[in-house]
Design a protein around this ligand. Structure first.
Ligand code: C5P
Length: 219
């Protein structure tokens, strides 16, 4: 792939976890480090794209001047920013590990220890990917991720259709060196033509593979 092949393209990337607040000191989160999404943002910017990176709470930095970073905390905020950015984007890559549930109410004060069980009532969050898949125009591309623990390929294919992705990147928690908090990843790319499996690589190289696939669809 040549440098500059994404020149002038506007790309939305979501990355990292979301934190769903329980009270002023506690939240429901997940193990996403944001590394894959940040690697994608740097790689897209390196090829000339204008990147909007909507990021959940992570301890990573952005380096490239063509990355506009918007920090959010929870799924609702990520939805707002992602929907806004996707409206004028050529492509979206949804790499964030968005919470599927959020507390129905957030306590204004720290919840005290009690002897009794504590019941937390959760309500579903909005599915950002499904919403963007619905608003997607024929000129736009949407790429999703699937991190699965079982029946990986079938689940990923279902998501490709349900969320109207152009392709989906599958990583399995069953593969050593793939998934959360590590610097490497082992992916398969699934589209309506079929599946291509890639070997274990570091996340920078994986990002280049994903962007090669994306760039082919954008030209
Ligand atoms: O359904 P599941 O969460 O496994 O789908 C994963 C894909 O959907 C990822 O691309 C993820 O970023 C996206 N997603 C989202 N908003 C949600 C849940 C998932 O954008 N609320």
């Amino acid at each position: 792939a040549e440098k500059g092949q994404l020149a002038g393209k506007k790309i939305l990337i979501t990355a990292g976890p979301t934190y769903e607040k329980i009270d002023p000191v506690r939240f429901i989160g997940n193990y996403s480090s944001g590394k894959m999404g940040y690697a994608l943002a740097e790689a897209c910017a390196g090829r000339g794209a204008e990147v909007t990176l909507v990021s959940g709470p992570v301890s990573l930095q952005t380096h490239h001047p063509n990355i506009r970073r918007i920090d959010v905390e929870n799924a609702a905020q990520m939805y707002e920013e992602a929907a806004k950015a996707y409206a004028n984007a050529d492509a979206g890559i949804l790499c964030a590990a968005v919470a599927d549930f959020t507390p129905e109410t957030t306590s204004e004060v720290k919840i005290k220890r009690e002897k009794d069980d504590l019941m937390l009532r959760l309500k579903p969050t909005r599915d950002i990917a499904a919403a963007l898949g619905k608003q997607k125009k024929s000129s736009q591309i949407l790429v999703g991720f699937a991190l699965e623990t079982n029946d990986e390929i079938q689940h990923a294919k279902d998501k490709l259709d349900r969320k109207n992705f152009d392709f989906i990147v599958l990583n399995s928690l069953n593969d050593k060196g793939a998934g959360f908090r590590v610097d490497t990843n082992k992916i398969s790319i699934i589209d309506r033509q079929g599946l291509v499996a890639y070997p274990l690589k570091n996340k920078k190289e994986v990002a280049e593979d994903i962007i090669d696939k994306l760039a082919g669809l954008l030209i």
